[in-house]
Ligand binder design. Structure first.
Ligand SMILES: *Cc1c(COP(=O)(O)O)cnc(C)c1O
Length: 433
């Protein structure tokens, strides 16, 4: 497909070559584990990674390939690997870069699952994660040492909505000859393209806006193709590797070295590939993402404006509200809107927060975000409950914080449900006092 097409068009056509036998318009679902070799020579050449072709769906599958190429093109990268979850995308990315004894630096406003992976699980396998305040560049710099192998951040941090200064963080990382990894789940490539600001690797939970309909768990890793791996920090990229016939990943895959290594080493060994059926569902989601995301944003903006004026709201974090402290970062990194996930603090603290959640009717109380339906959760007692109180505060999760993920319903219905739940929370706190 020609490269001149714009984002909306790529989301519908990118990566698909119409099947010459059936001429199927929709992307076919190749629900298969394996592929018939033409002969022994053909089989041998595929195993030596010479020429294109599929061997086994744990490594690659034609339906997944369409999703991967589409995502890579939307993010402005050279290649992608679709995996079984957002967590798998983060795990495979980090472990492709850092081995036991090495470290990564991560900003501390992170998705709860990522925080637990970094704070608890990776250290058990010898990889240390140093958490920093992503806005304090001196602190970021001070956390770096000769063992650091990557910097990790989220475009829009969870749940405090901290907008990463991707340009500045990538400069710091590149100065130390290490890549910047950006989790772009909350923004999607329709609101932000971190590679344009210097990010080297993008990870996604495609479970969220990309799938869009709350049906499947999936993740993706996208390689910008821009990082120079031939430096002393990444010997496993330039050393001969048995997996690819004693050549190196840089030699075999050039600018796709990272994504090729992620797929054929850890993807292959850990078995985290996305199932073709789920890849096919994610393709359906991606095809309408461009129209959905703008409706998410406009609904979220209206709900945020309503909450900002409400007397029972202690504070609200929505970066494009005119009075928000992150307004300048939002203008730079999220000019088309700050997504539809945000948080607010309810007056009356923990008890009011609980009454609010127990009183919503249209809103769904679930552990998810980025669905077409409006969702609500109280992170301190759920997604971030495994953290210590200090860790919760450093990730911005306070007892009165309620997180919303605004969906595609009529915005008046969303607001009236929030309104009645706020009234109930107010009444119950008055009775309690
Ligand atoms: C959901 C989410 C993840 C984890 O993704 P799963 O698909 O649930 O494994 C990681 N990062 C962010 C920002 C998320 O929202």
């Amino acid at each position: 497909m020609e490269t001149k097409f714009k984002q909306e068009t790529i989301a519908l056509h990118g990566g698909q070559k119409v099947d010459p036998v059936t001429r199927s318009r929709a992307v076919p679902l190749y629900q298969t584990t394996s592929y018939v070799f033409e002969n022994t020579e053909h089989a041998a050449s595929l195993f030596k990674m010479q020429g294109d072709g599929y061997i086994y769906s744990r490594n690659a599958n034609p339906t997944n390939t369409v999703l991967e190429e589409r995502l890579a093109r939307l993010e402005g990268g050279v290649g992608a690997f679709a995996v079984s979850s957002g967590q798998a995308a983060i795990l495979i990315t980090v472990l492709t870069l850092a081995q036991a004894g090495e470290e990564i630096v991560a900003t501390n406003a992170l998705y709860g699952g990522t925080y637990t992976l970094f704070a608890k699980t990776l250290p058990r396998f010898g990889v240390t994660v140093r958490f920093v305040d992503g806005k304090n560049f001196a602190e970021v710099e001070a956390a770096m040492n000769e063992k650091t192998r990557a910097v990790f951040t989220e475009t829009i941090g969870n749940p405090s909505l901290e907008i990463a200064d991707i340009e500045h963080l990538s400069e710091i990382a590149h100065h130390h000859k290490i890549p910047l990894i950006v989790d772009n789940t909350f923004a999607t490539p329709f609101l932000s393209k971190p590679i344009e600001y210097g990010a080297d690797i993008i990870v996604h939970s495609i479970t969220k806006f990309i799938g869009g309909h709350g049906t499947s768990i999936g993740g993706a890793i996208i390689d910008s193709g821009k990082f120079a791996w031939s430096n002393e920090k990444f010997p496993t990229f330039v050393e001969p590797n048995e997996v690819i016939c004693n050549r190196s990943f840089v030699e075999v895959a050039c600018e796709k070295a990272f994504i090729t290594k992620a797929r054929f080493e850890l993807g292959h060994d850990f078995g985290v590939t996305l199932s073709p059926f789920n890849a096919w569902l994610f393709i359906q989601g991606l095809e309408s993402l461009s129209v959905r995301i703008h409706k998410h944003v406009s609904n979220a903006e209206q709900v945020a404006e309503y909450l900002a004026r409400h007397e029972l709201v202690e504070w609200i974090n929505y970066p494009t509200l005119p009075e928000d402290k992150q307004n300048d970062s939002a203008k730079k990194y999220l000019p088309k809107g700050a997504g539809s996930i945000f948080s607010f603090g309810i007056k009356g603290g923990l008890e009011s927060a609980k009454t609010f959640i127990n009183s919503v009717q249209l809103l769904s109380h679930v552990a998810n975000v980025g669905d077409s339906k409006t969702l609500v959760i109280h992170p301190a007692s759920t997604s971030h409950s495994r953290l210590t109180p200090e860790q919760r505060i450093s990730s911005g999760v306070t007892p009165e914080l309620i997180r919303l993920s605004i969906g595609l319903e009529d915005v008046e219905d969303i607001i009236s449900d929030i309104d009645q739940a706020l009234k109930k929370a107010d009444q119950s706190s008055k009775i309690a006092n």
